[in-house]
Design a protein around this ligand. Structure first.
Ligand SMILES: NC(=O)c1ccc[n+]([C@@H]2O[C@H](COP(=O)([O-])OP(=O)(O)OC[C@H]3O[C@@H](n4cnc5c(N)ncnc54)[C@H](O)[C@@H]3O)[C@@H](O)[C@H]2O)c1
Ligand SMILES: NC(=O)c1ccc[n+]([C@@H]2O[C@H](COP(=O)([O-])OP(=O)(O)OC[C@H]3O[C@@H](n4cnc5c(N)ncnc54)[C@H](O)[C@@H]3O)[C@@H](O)[C@H]2O)c1
Lengths: 201, 201
């Protein structure tokens, strides 16, 4: 079974490959590839060998094939619909984020409690009433939720998302969510990033 | 020397302690503390023992003292001024983020190229001309920079920040920055978080 560190590197490999493909490169040597990634080339070759891709001596890796392979491993060969709760400052910014497309992630619907926001549209995404969130998420079979509500509302919103069938949550609220273990959680914690950063200064 | 995993947990300990202090608790047992943190209590005691804090049998830890100690270890007993480059969607959201106060981080000034933004103020922070960024960062002796410009502008902005004396960079642009090794980098990569998340679904 593949080490977590390898899995964690794959999204970066994929992004780098997509750039290389954009530049018209059909092949890339592992030396060149690892240089672009700023990683040790033995590490890169080891990572890729877990997936049966050893490259070809003298030629390297076929960029399109490798990208396709990584997408498939990361379950990115399918489109992931997302629901966003809390269309405030950070929530509305996320609705304009172009980086989601890279991984075939797309916010399908947003929710808020504020009557001034409900019924509006941001970047083509409708803001629905938070009261209807569970029903809409279930009806649209959405598996990924983004939480950008104030900290004290986050746990309740998470519970509702899980109730509606969400299996993965990306949480921006600075609070530790309590979720069933089969629901995966990713936390974006900007203050923690800064605190860890300044420790080394 | 203290393991990185311990350092990485300290910001969470601090946040939890601040909540506990808010609730008026003067002491907390390691069992109670680890339960609130959702961590193994032996782990918590081991982490804190690196800093000479072994708690008191039967009493636990003094909340204020421990918080003060952790702040000091994390260099949060000082205020960290920050500069933000790129006052667009995500940049302007960050200017309203209340979570920065928790760690005594404060955005002092923002920069942009867009004449419609230059001269405006968001949440008390002035948006200055990106042309003046190096000078202003140097004059204000700012050591932390936040990068929220488009990917293709990120490297140049990072170079200018480093030139102006910045020692730590928090980068939101989806591109790998090339920085001198004495400059610390934290990357917020939302798409990578989502890609790592769905791997486990
Ligand atoms: N502003 C930032 O840059 C930033 C950065 C990182 C994390 N965060 C965190 O993200 C969260 C949102 O921050 P913000 O600055 O966008 O705040 P905000 O107040 O601008 O937005 C919060 C939104 O959530 C809505 N809301 C509240 N309860 C809700 C519920 N139960 N269901 C649906 N919507 C609900 C509010 O009406 C509001 O529109 C906070 O937890 C904050 O700490 C913000
Ligand atoms: N929107 C999001 O939620 C989000 C989330 C994660 C990461 N990001 C990343 O953050 C960056 C900004 O995204 P956005 O959606 O806010 O884009 P945006 O276009 O709304 O904002 C970018 C801002 O940067 C300014 N700018 C451009 N070059 C500059 C320079 N050299 N100096 C100073 N300012 C400059 C622009 O004038 C603009 O105001 C992008 O790299 C994006 O991929 C965005």
């Amino acid at each position: 079974s593949i080490p977590k560190e390898t899995i964690d590197r794959l999204p970066l490999y994929l992004r780098c490959l997509e750039k290389i493909i954009d530049e018209g490169e059909v092949n890339i040597s592992s030396g060149n590839f690892s240089e672009k990634l700023n990683l040790n080339s033995a590490q890169v070759r080891k990572d890729l060998s877990y997936f049966g891709d050893f490259g070809t001596r003298g030629v390297g890796y076929e960029t399109e094939t490798l990208a396709k392979q990584i997408r498939s491993i990361l379950h990115l060969d399918k489109k992931w619909d997302m629901a966003l709760a809390g269309a405030g400052n950070i929530g509305s910014a996320l609705l304009t984020y172009t980086g989601f497309n890279e991984g075939d992630f797309e916010v399908q619907v947003a929710f808020d409690k504020d009557p001034d926001l409900i019924g509006k549209e941001i970047n083509g995404v409708n803001i629905e009433d938070a009261e209807d969130m569970e029903k809409i998420i279930r009806d649209q079979d959405i598996k990924l939720g983004i939480i950008t509500v104030p900290a004290k509302a986050a746990q309740e919103v998470a519970d509702q998302m899980v109730e509606a069938g969400v299996e993965g949550v990306l949480n921006f609220a600075p609070t530790l969510l309590d979720l069933p273990k089969e629901v995966k959680l990713a936390q974006v914690d900007i203050t923690k990033e800064l605190e860890q950063l300044v420790y080394y200064l």
